[in-house]
Design a protein around this ligand. Structure first.
Ligand code: 26W
Length: 790
């Protein structure tokens, strides 16, 4: 495939798919034309994969997720197809550049954070290892809101990725299912007949997911909601225009927008409708496909492994039992057995407020038959486990974590520490009853997007040093280790980092009008805003550092740039306050002539996948400072380490395993462990004791409290100071001094650039294990009994 071939096929699409003459084409037209030309090269491996799966009667994996945080797909497809060089020169002779065209693609922001991005990395790895699989989710019309700052406050605006043409999907009008809600359940003898009173159509949209080297492509099938009734012409003719459009508008509501919460379940009826809508459509599609090849549904577990990405699709348990028992007349207990043998569940959080519980009232109103089946599943589990001290239904609510556990043959956590804590806390009783079910599958990230594509300068250095087989076999990064002792290699490594930092400094100057010193340490914390992730610990340390520099400006400080990015759930007031505080602190510190050469603070708006791809390669220091026991895994931590950033972090989530891999000398560890956190929380006035013991902390809190960063509104942050002093549930104060002191150590080490680069290069060389290819191979072996088709 030469660049001439690619150019020809692109011009064909510009002409015949967009009806545009090159002379009148806009960036958007070129982007769509190139995307369609690239997509043409995905269809053949896609068809081949589907045919091979049918021919070989292979088992399929079905990944059910409310979120797929995909980002952009054009560059990803070009890289996976090995067309980058061709694509780079495809615009020669036209007054448009490849980078401009890439910039024109909107992010598919169909997710909130870690859980959604993990699902997207998994799709890339499932195709790369040629494991037959389908991703199933919702085709939200509006993804995660766009974040803008007004006077430093977060303002949310609707996201509009579908305004232009969505070039990667194929509509599948022939694949549509009617999904019901509400209505009565008629009992007739042993049979139950559910007669939903509300119905919507689930319509399929397929996006092919090409793997590395373009050998295999799986399908991401996203459902959109459509009305069973078309437009009401009579009403329209009577001039009742809104009423005429109402049925259609109401139906579309189900797939209209992604819920922007990533830790607190809202218990909203529409959220449960969304969960049931896509889960039911997916299960129907799975059974349709199975019955198109086989006729004995008892064989279903041999041909279908269904993964529940957290509890959001947990209704799959009772729904599959309903389909097998009510519609296919299989005995109830057998139906439960068959369903359990198909289903497995991943838990992504131990935060109590994130564990979904639906009131019996709401469940009974929306899904009356399912509530009946959940009661029978609960009774059956009680009968089969007489000693049990846990139930699925409790105090009028259905606990979706317990339901998922009872209906799954495997449950996994997402890091070693998290899986252990799951066994000791939320699922202790169920683990006692079913000790064989819980396994660990530590998260991973795809090296295609998160190293090869986002960091070409480092990738070409790695290619030059050890060849490029690492992209599909990331563990081979370890072959870099012997080269770390070579100054030439370290200099080249430092050069790659410097180039990325210079690139980021340009971006920040162009977008924020702020000049960053590329020689300074780029210290980055990017993730959703949440108290357990402790962005407020980071800004307190920043204030303390600022104060220390002001007290002693001539001391030998090493310049540092603090970069923040991240969205807060719209209803999460405290998190939004933290964003406001960081922006206020940035305004004051960046304007301070005494410190401006030594310390800058930046909060970049609208954090998303594309911004992460721009920031991570330019990082020197990765902030992974959550309260131990709270971050299930983290995946940003892995991306930073792979891109040669050093981590300052607690022994939480996958930080533990990253530190084990890179070595304690190449990781800046601080803070309490998970057991110490539990102990410290029991100490009365633990926060005030910590404040009294740390002048740096006391000074920083005092500044916040007396309005140093909000001169016109001195009381603006009284509540943050109040919270820190009197509750501080996430132990910001108790971990502060250890964090502050560790940051001073980081300053020291950063001074010795060669030592720093050695540590950074060892991070890259020793984190190959954190590839999502390795993670997926773990799921295939331990949970799905699925195999690659070679
Ligand atoms: C019901 C609202 C809601 C929505 C999303 C509650 C909880 C979630 C997700 C489980 C939150 C999430 O994204 N968890 C993150 O999952 C990542 C992938 O496993 C982990 O790396 C992160 O540690 C975890 O916070």
């Amino acid at each position: 495939m030469t660049d001439a071939d690619l150019r020809e096929s692109m011009l064909q699409h510009l002409k015949y798919s967009l009806g545009k003459d090159p002379g009148h084409a806009h960036i958007y037209d070129w982007r769509v034309a190139l995307s369609l030309a690239v997509r043409d090269h995905i269809v053949d491996p896609w068809f081949k994969a589907t045919r091979a799966t049918y021919a070989g009667q292979h088992k399929r994996v079905y990944y059910l997720s409310m979120e797929f945080l995909i980002g952009r797909l054009l560059e990803d497809a070009i890289v996976n197809l090995g067309l980058l060089e061709q694509a780079k020169s495809v615009f020669d002779g036209f007054d448009v550049s490849f980078d401009e065209v890439l910039e024109n693609e909107p992010d598919a922001a169909l997710g909130n954070g870690g859980l959604g991005r993990l699902a997207a990395c998994f799709l890339d790895s499932l195709s790369t290892v040629a494991c037959p699989a389908h991703g199933y989710g919702i085709r939200y019309e509006h993804g995660l809101f766009r974040q803008r700052f007004v006077d430093g406050r977060q303002v949310e605006e609707p996201e509009t990725w579908l305004t232009g043409r969505h070039t990667w999907e194929f509509e599948r009008p022939e694949c549509a299912f009617e999904i019901g809600f509400g209505g009565p359940v008629m009992e007739s003898g042993r049979k139950a007949l559910w007669q939903p009173e509300e119905r919507v159509i689930a319509a399929a949209h397929d996006t092919p997911i090409i793997g590395w080297r373009g050998n295999w492509a799986n399908t991401l099938r996203l459902w959109s909601a459509q009305s069973t009734r078309v437009f009401d012409l009579e009403r329209f003719n009577r001039g009742e225009y809104a009423a005429a459009a109402e049925p259609e508008a109401l139906a579309r509501t189900i797939s209209r927008v992604l819920y922007p919460d990533d830790t607190t379940e809202q218990g909203k009826a529409l959220r449960l409708k969304q969960e049931y809508f896509f889960t039911a459509a997916s299960l129907r599609d799975i059974l349709r496909r199975f019955l198109s090849e086989y006729d004995d549904l008892r064989k279903l577990p041999h041909k279908a492994a269904i993964q529940l990405n957290d509890t959001h699709p947990a209704i799959a348990g009772p729904e599959l039992v309903r389909l097998l028992h009510d519609e296919k007349d299989i005995d109830f207990e057998d139906s439960v057995e068959i369903a359990r043998a198909c289903l497995s569940y991943t838990n992504h959080t131990l935060m109590p407020e994130a564990l979904e519980r639906w009131s019996e009232g709401l469940m009974g109103a929306l899904l009356p038959r399912h509530l009946q089946l959940i009661e029978r599943i609960d009774e059956l589990h009680a009968r089969q486990n007489p000693s049990r001290k846990v139930t699925v239904i409790e105090n009028g609510s259905v606990k979706m974590g317990e339901l998922s556990f009872v209906m799954a043959h495997r449950i996994n956590g997402v890091s070693a520490l998290h899986t252990d804590l799951m066994k000791q806390t939320v699922f202790a009783e169920l683990n006692r009853l079913h000790p064989e079910r819980i396994v660990n599958e530590t998260n991973g990230v795809t090296p295609r997007r998160w190293l090869l594509s986002c960091n070409p300068v480092l990738s070409s250095l790695i290619d030059k040093t050890i060849g490029n087989d690492w992209v599909g076999h990331l563990e081979r990064l370890s072959e870099l280790e012997p080269h770390v002792d070579d100054t030439g290699f370290r200099d080249a490594f430092a050069d790659a980092k410097a180039k990325n930092k210079a690139g980021l400094a340009h971006f920040v100057r162009d977008t924020e009008g702020l000049q960053l010193d590329p020689e300074a340490m780029f210290d980055i914390q990017i993730k959703r805003i949440h108290e357990y992730k402790r962005q407020h610990l980071n800004i307190l340390e920043t204030i303390a550092l600022w104060r220390a520099i002001r007290d002693n400006p001539n001391a030998d400080w090493s310049p540092r740039v603090k970069i923040f990015a991240g969205k807060a759930a719209p209803g999460y007031v405290f998190a939004k306050k933290i964003i406001h505080l960081i922006n206020d602190v940035a305004r004051i510190i960046n304007a301070d002539p005494v410190t401006s050469k030594l310390l800058k603070v930046v909060y970049l708006p609208n954090y998303n996948v594309t911004l992460a791809e721009r920031l991570i390669p330019a990082a020197d220091l990765s902030e992974q400072i959550s309260t131990a026991g709270k971050e299930a895994s983290g995946t940003g931590n892995m991306k930073f380490a792979l891109n040669g950033a050093l981590t300052i972090g607690t022994l939480d989530g996958a930080n533990v395993e990253i530190r084990e891999c890179v070595g304690a000398d190449n990781f800046f560890l601080f803070g309490m462990t998970a057991p110490e956190v539990v102990a410290r929380r029991a100490v009365p006035d633990h926060a005030r004791k910590a404040i009294d013991a740390s002048p740096e902390l006391a000074g920083a809190i005092a500044d916040i409290e007396r309005g140093v960063f909000s001169p016109g509104d001195p009381g603006r942050y009284a509540d943050i100071a109040e919270n820190l002093r009197w509750s501080d549930y996430f132990l910001v104060c108790s971990d502060f001094q250890a964090y502050y002191d560790k940051q001073r150590e980081v300053d020291q080490v950063f001074r010795d650039r060669d030592r720093w680069m050695r540590m950074a290069a060892l991070n890259t060389a020793r984190t190959g294990w954190f590839s999502s290819d390795r993670t997926i191979r773990g799921y295939m072996a331990d949970i799905w009994s699925a195999h690659s088709v070679t």
